[in-house]
Write a protein that binds this ligand. Structure first.
Ligand code: ATP
Ligand code: MG
Length: 388
């Protein structure tokens, strides 16, 4: 590799998860997730102590690789660097190439190879000194430099040289915290809820309800697109699609108008719980936020929780303001799709005055006019599953 430069992407994980007995388990899942994120791109991932290094890829794929690994949960920071021979001249050449012309800097050396003839302080001093000579408008500032230039001397006779560290997605590797069934509408909130919970390490299945032909195919494509964006963070997921058209028609026909959403929610929860059983998901996840709309009161949540017997319902956005959710949606790339103007099933037969504080006993009484089991069986029999 004499004199050769090769691009590398250096990935540091959130070490907090990697303490104690679980370490090997987390690292294996994290490695698999990195591999999944880079599927289709020629590369190799090596794991020298304390970090992961992606190498052996085409230089013009560097940005794409950086983008993809940054999104993997568990990634703390990422740097794009260059691999050179662990030789002071070669290291200096690369430092010279990436150093700015003016401003303050410091060299920060990490020496994994303890046989390297100079210690890190000596590398800092020698490289820094040569750089000052070569670029006289630069100054050293070890406390608050404009630019930190990193030299990472590895065990195998190579050194990684880089500047700039960008923040990764953080969180825990997906696959380390069980599986959840996300109720995914076409709105702004539920994709963010899915992101938040996946970030804690949970694998997701998504479940979408439509009211075709009251809602159209574009509404459905929009949800598929949202699920696809989410799958970029989770390394793939299943989207379950279930029609609630007949359920809504029956509620409309047989129950008080103002209970439409309350009753529909209960059907959604029942279907979700059954699909949890079928797919091994251990909880239901929704995008509800306390008090955001009429149906998202504590009484509304009580009414929908009451039909779920065996799994918890997680609402990761319960304490978020709408503005905070929108900010997050923009950050994760779902906002633009979420605001496309197609109808959700909840807007079909929308009552003029929805119940704000449903009383559980009254809800159950109204619901007794319906063939709940029959409607559930019918809805579930039409389930479609898409792999994204
Ligand atoms: P969102 O922005 O996620 O649509 P919202 O503010 O519109 O939320 P609601 O319509 O009250 O709120 O829905 C509350 C939650 O119920 C959603 O976050 C989602 O988890 C679930 N939900 C609503 N409609 C659907 C649907 N058509 N398919 C699947 N889940 C849904
Ligand atoms: Mg909605």
């Amino acid at each position: 590799m004499n004199g050769q430069r090769e691009k590398v992407v250096i990935v540091r994980y959130c070490e907090i998860h990697l303490k104690g007995k679980n370490r090997g388990y987390f690292e294996q899942i994290f490695m698999n997730n990195l591999e999944k994120a880079l599927a289709g791109i020629r590369h190799e991932i090596r794991r020298p102590s304390g970090r992961y290094v992606v190498e052996n890829f085409d230089a013009d794929m560097t940005d794409e690789i950086e983008e993809r690994v940054r999104k993997v949960f568990g990634v703390h920071t990422v740097s794009v660097g260059t691999k050179v021979r662990a030789d002071m001249d070669e290291i200096f050449d690369e430092i010279l190439r990436i150093a700015p012309e003016k401003g303050t800097f410091k060299i920060e050396t990490n020496r994994a190879d303890k046989h390297f003839p100079l210690d890190s302080m000596q590398v800092n001093a020698q490289i820094g000194g040569r750089l000052l000579n070569a670029k006289p408008a630069l100054k050293v500032d070890v406390h608050a430099p404009d630019t930190v230039l990193h030299v990472d001397i590895r065990e195998n006779g190579t050194a990684l040289v880089f500047k700039g560290i960008v923040k990764g997605a953080g969180g825990m590797p997906v696959g380390t915290a069980g599986k959840g069934m996300l109720l995914l509408s076409g709105g702004i909130d539920s994709p963010v809820a899915g992101y938040m919970i996946a970030k804690r390490g949970m694998t997701l299945e998504c479940l979408h309800f439509h009211s075709y032909p009251y809602t159209n195919m574009q509404a459905r494509e929009k949800v598929e697109e949202l699920a696809r964006i989410l799958s970029g963070y989770t390394g793939g997921l299943n989207l379950h699609v279930v029609s609630v058209t007949h359920i809504q028609e029956e509620i409309h026909k047989k129950c008080p108008e103002e209970m439409m959403i309350t009753l529909l929610r209960r059907f959604m929860m029942r279907i979700a719980e059954r699909l949890c059983e079928a797919s091994g998901a251990q909880c239901i996840v929704t995008g509800e936020s306390l008090g955001q709309v009429a149906s998202q009161t504590i009484e509304g949540m009580t009414s929908s929780n009451a039909v779920v017997k065996n799994v918890p319902v997680l609402r990761p956005l319960v304490g978020f303001d709408k503005t905070e959710i929108i900010e997050k949606a923009r950050e994760i790339g779902t906002y633009e799709t979420s605001v496309l103007p197609y109808e959700d099933c909840c807007t079909v037969f929308l009552p003029k005055h929805p119940l704000i504080r449903p009383d559980l006993a009254k809800v159950e009484k109204a619901e007794s006019a319906l063939d709940v089991e029959g409607l559930l069986a019918e809805a579930l029999s039409g389930e479609e599953i898409l792999r994204l």
